[in-house]
Design a protein around this ligand. Structure first.
Ligand code: COA
Length: 248
């Protein structure tokens, strides 16, 4: 697997920690694979009552590693990265996220699938898909308007205006805002509270409040098809070239 994702189980809580601090937790294919396996494993493990997704201080995740496309085939990207998104939808355990620092791209859109989100006051949420010539993914095109209303979703997902922690709470992305150093503790506290509830009643109530998974999976497929096409678009190519030019 990879040392960039650390999975630990304790007291009914599976913690999936993205751990690539030098790259702000930009997600590689190996990280996607590890996170997918951890989520699928949680489904099959009765001892897991809640999943906690966490990052490192200052970085929840900077989103897709921008070098993915250069290093891997588009097919490889689709098979691996995009398997993570249905795994989020199919996860049958409550998911808590503990967000410190940057949450960019899929670093934010994965949060739409979480049931409780703790944000540090240093958190920064951004979905720059459109400026990269791409489109929103992870069923965010469906979930964001539901959560915050279409106009706010347009401002966030299409215009790409970033949100700080207070704004993210106002937009419904975060449940609570805490001091950056308390993010992990508060995430764990929420996960423990959920894990202590009757698991059957939690699962049934959760399924009822989340609505039909088929609709989410269909939207992920629809977005993925367009996203894939967009990766090869002149607009996306120009954005990637500009990124690589800056890195030189
Ligand atoms: N893919 C690959 N590497 C990334 C990355 C990404 N998505 N995001 C950050 N990194 C790397 C940087 O290249 C840098 O590496 P280096 O030190 O080897 O040059 C390191 O992580 C730290 O990033 P830096 O930009 O110096 O940190 P910052 O705190 O100033 O800014 C971000 C953090 C996340 C706001 C900024 O890095 C950024 O905008 N990254 C791109 C995010 C993105 O567009 N994601 C895709 C969305 S669809």
């Amino acid at each position: 697997m990879t040392e960039h994702v650390i999975v630990t189980d304790a007291d009914g809580i599976r913690t999936i920690r993205m751990n690539r601090p030098d790259k702000k937790n930009a997600l590689t294919l190996a990280m996607y694979e590890a996170m997918t396996a951890a989520l699928e494993g949680a489904n099959a493990d009765d001892s897991v009552r809640c999943v906690l997704i966490a990052g490192v201080p200052g970085a929840f995740s900077a989103g897709n590693d921008r070098f993915l496309k250069a290093a891997e085939s588009t097919d490889g990207f689709n098979r691996t990265a995009l398997r993570f998104l249905p795994a989020l939808v199919r996860c049958n355990k409550p998911m808590v996220a503990a967000v410190s620092g940057v949450a960019v791209g899929v670093g934010t859109t994965m949060l739409f699938h979480c049931d409780f989100v703790v944000a540090g006051s240093d958190a920064f949420f951004s979905t720059p898909f459109v400026s990269l010539g791409l489109i929103p993914e992870a069923a965010s095109s469906l979930l964001a308007p539901r959560l915050m209303g279409q106009r706010r979703a347009f401002e966030f997902l299409v215009m790409g205006h970033p949100l700080n922690a207070t704004q993210a709470k106002e937009f419904g992305i975060a449940n609570i805002v805490v001091a950056p150093e308390d993010v992990d503790t508060e995430g764990l506290k929420a996960a423990r509270e959920i894990a202590a509830l009757p698991a059957g009643a939690v699962a049934l109530s959760r399924a009822l409040t989340r609505g039909a998974t088929d609709e989410l999976l269909a939207r992920i497929d629809q977005e993925a098809k367009i996203f894939s096409e967009r990766l090869n678009s002149p607009e996306a190519k120009a954005a990637f070239e500009a990124f690589f030019a800056r890195k030189r």
